[in-house]
Design a protein around this ligand. Structure first.
Ligand SMILES: Cc1cc2nc3c(=O)[nH]c(=O)nc-3n(C[C@H](O)[C@H](O)[C@H](O)COP(=O)(O)OP(=O)(O)OC[C@H]3O[C@@H](n4cnc5c(N)ncnc54)[C@H](O)[C@@H]3O)c2cc1C
Length: 290
């Protein structure tokens, strides 16, 4: 049985959206296909009439500085982000996350937009983008809008994108400024090639011996990619001393909902790992920001 009947390689976002609307049967967007092809082949998704490839749209495969922000097209491959000095300067946590996802073959085709659109609470690229305060640009045939990344998720594997009507065009990230830095770390099973047991990204701004501002994202810390606002509040305007980090960890363990997942880890183990990841990423970002 064919998993699709037609494969379209549009040149513009409008062409892709028009194809989605006009197709006589079900249609689906495809970027790297690393998630989607497995879903189709293993029957988690029924066969479709048309696949609409986003990697032929120049606007979506651009990585550049754009009017005071870093723009990363949704169809940019993870390996390109990992190798980009521009991304390294402005979005270190994202580069670190992209470098860890899958293996080289996966990273060469998998895209940041696919990572976000799949809406998994522990997706590595998504967690880094969340800590970096990224905004997503969404296109429909009617308009374009920008939303904070966190506003995109409604449940495990579910985004707020209107299926068949909307797509992610790209992501906008604030540029690096003095005494700001970020870091990303994750814990994987030794033989693991898919999602991590736990990951954590930190972005912070340092003012002499204090944290002037901080953002922390953890995955999986709940049903959607999780931003640890209460933990951030516990660290704001503090020096990252052992005591301050320990109090912040208590807050993180209260606000995050670590759960047991049969294939990866128990909730207790994840709570244990959260301590190490919070301490390490905070320390790395703090040193970098100095
Ligand atoms: C062996 C292996 C290892 C992996 N390891 C990791 C890992 O370590 N960490 C991790 O986070 N993930 C991992 N993944 C998951 C996957 O590779 C990533 O989530 C990847 O970034 C998905 O991107 P893609 O371009 O391949 O998406 P696709 O498979 O092309 O698409 C995924 C979904 O997103 C939709 N979509 C894609 N682009 C857009 C867009 N621009 N707008 C709207 N919808 C869109 C598609 O319709 C589809 O529903 C792994 C996968 C494999 C197979």
């Amino acid at each position: 049985m064919n998993l699709w009947q037609q494969y379209l390689r549009p040149k513009t976002v409008t062409e892709a959206l028009q194809a989605l609307k006009a197709t006589p049967g079900p249609a689906c967007l495809i970027a790297g296909g690393t998630d989607l092809m497995l879903d189709l082949q293993q029957g988690r998704r029924p066969p479709v009439h048309m696949l609409v490839d986003l990697t032929t749209i120049p606007e979506m495969t651009t990585l550049e500085l754009r009017q005071g922000e870093l723009y990363i097209g949704a169809a940019v491959a993870l390996s390109r982000i990992a190798a980009s000095t521009m991304a390294g300067q402005h979005a270190q946590a994202l580069v670190e996350a992209c470098n860890l996802i899958g293996g080289p073959q996966v990273r060469n085709v998998a895209t940041l937009g696919g990572n976000v659109a799949h809406a998994l609470p522990a997706a590595d690229g998504t967690i880094a983008l969340l800590a970096l305060n990224a905004q997503a640009e969404i296109a429909s045939l009617q308009d374009r809008r920008r939303v904070p990344l966190g506003g995109l998720f409604v449940g495990p594997g579910q985004s707020s994108l209107k299926i068949g009507e909307e797509l992610l065009v790209g992501f906008y990230l604030p540029l690096y400024a003095a005494h700001q830095a970020s870091a990303f770390e994750r814990i994987m099973r030794a033989q693991g090639i898919a999602l991590p047991i736990l990951n954590l990204a930190v972005w912070l701004e340092r003012r002499s011996d204090r944290i002037a501002c901080i953002r922390i994202a953890v995955g999986p810390g709940g049903p959607i990619p999780f931003r640890a606002h209460a933990t951030e509040n516990a660290l704001n305007e503090k020096s990252p001393t052992t005591e301050a980090v320990s109090s912040a960890l208590d807050v993180l363990l209260q606000e995050a909902k670590f759960r047991t997942s049969p294939q990866r880890a128990g909730a207790g183990y994840r709570r244990h790992l959260a301590a190490a990841l919070l301490k390490d990423t905070l320390e790395v970002a703090w040193q970098r920001a100095g």
